[in-house]
Structure formats: structure tokens, C-alpha cells
Design a protein around this ligand. Structure first.
Ligand code: FEO
Length: 172
């Protein structure tokens, strides 16, 4: 079993992951309304990934004989001033999630809970990737600027992204 403190903190993290999923689903819908189906698809995959993150934490608690407590999900924004702003919000959001994950690692270390620390390492790496990806999208969008054809081309590229569950990767 993990300690009560870690159980509570992981349950809060499960909520944060579903909150992330909800935010990205909202962004996906907004992009669909804006006539950018490729961007909508990209955020739909984000939505699926975040649900997968939540379920990875849920499965871990269950495997340890702890209790999963699904709590209400915070309200999220439903529109953005620009495509760039949606990705800036994404980066800001992922930075918050990174700090939450790091806090979980700190608790696990304090408790000498090596199994939990090891499980969390996957999320530490994932957050590096999440922040890098959001930053790369921001950089591309800044290059594109007001160029409609650039946005059209990027939309076509993002339409190709597809969801791969964590369980499909050997390293997970
Ligand atoms: Fe589950 Fe995007 O962090």
C-alpha cells in the first residue's frame, strides 16, 4: 500500500489529469468550430492521452490496494483569442502539471517509497516531452504569423496525429 498522504496526492493528480483531458477536449471542439479539423484532431489525441494518464495512476493505486477517489472536474475555458493563445495556455497548463508531478516525487522520496518514485519517473519524462511539444507548436505558429497558407498546411499535418495508448509502448 502507499501512504494515506500519497494516496490523497495521487487522487488529486488523477483529478488534474482528467481536468487536462477536459481542457483539451474543449480546445478540440473550439478548433472544430474555427474550421481547423487538423488542430481539433491534435487536441483530441491530447484528450485521449490525458485520460490514459489518469487511468495509469488509477491502476497503480488499485494495484497497491489503495482507494481511487474520483472528484469533480474544474470548469475549463471554452474559447481562445487565437490559435497561438490556445497553445500558450497549453504550455502554461503543462507547466502546472509538471510541478504537481514533481511534488508527488518529493512526497515519495520523503517516504522512501521507491516503487512509487519509480512509477512517477514515467510521468517526469512525459512532462518534459509535453512541454517541448507545446513549445515547438508555439515556435511554429510564431513563424507562420498571419500566413493563412502556413496555418492551412499545419492543419493538414496535425490531422495525421493518432493516439497510441501507454500500454502499447514497451517502456510503459
Ligand atoms: Fe498528463 Fe499533459 O500531462
Amino acid at each position: 500500500m502507499v501512504s494515506k498522504e500519497l494516496e490523497n496526492a495521487i487522487n488529486k493528480q488523477i483529478n488534474a489529469e482528467f481536468w487536462s483531458a477536459y481542457l483539451y477536449l474543449s480546445m478540440s471542439t473550439w478548433f472544430d468550430n474555427e474550421g481547423l479539423p487538423g488542430f481539433a484532431n491534435w487536441f483530441k489525441v491530447q484528450f485521449q492521452e490525458e485520460q490514459d494518464h489518469a487511468q495509469k495512476f488509477m491502476a497503480y493505486l488499485v494495484s497497491k490496494g489503495n482507494k481511487v477517489n474520483l472528484m469533480p472536474i474544474e470548469k475549463v475555458d471554452t474559447s481562445w483569442d487565437s490559435v497561438l493563445k490556445a497553445f500558450q495556455d497549453t504550455l502554461e497548463h503543462e507547466r502546472v502539471v509538471t510541478s504537481l508531478i514533481h511534488n508527488l516525487v518529493s512526497i515519495a522520496r520523503k517516504e522512501n517509497d521507491y516503487a512509487t518514485e519509480n512509477m512517477l519517473q514515467w510521468f517526469v519524462n512525459e512532462q518534459v516531452e509535453e512541454e517541448e511539444t507545446a513549445q515547438a507548436m508555439i515556435d511554429s505558429l510564431k513563424l507562420i504569423g498571419d500566413n493563412g497558407f502556413g496555418l492551412y498546411t499545419m492543419d493538414k499535418e496535425l490531422a495525421q496525429r493518432s493516439f497510441t495508448p501507454i500500454s502499447a509502448n514497451a517502456s510503459a
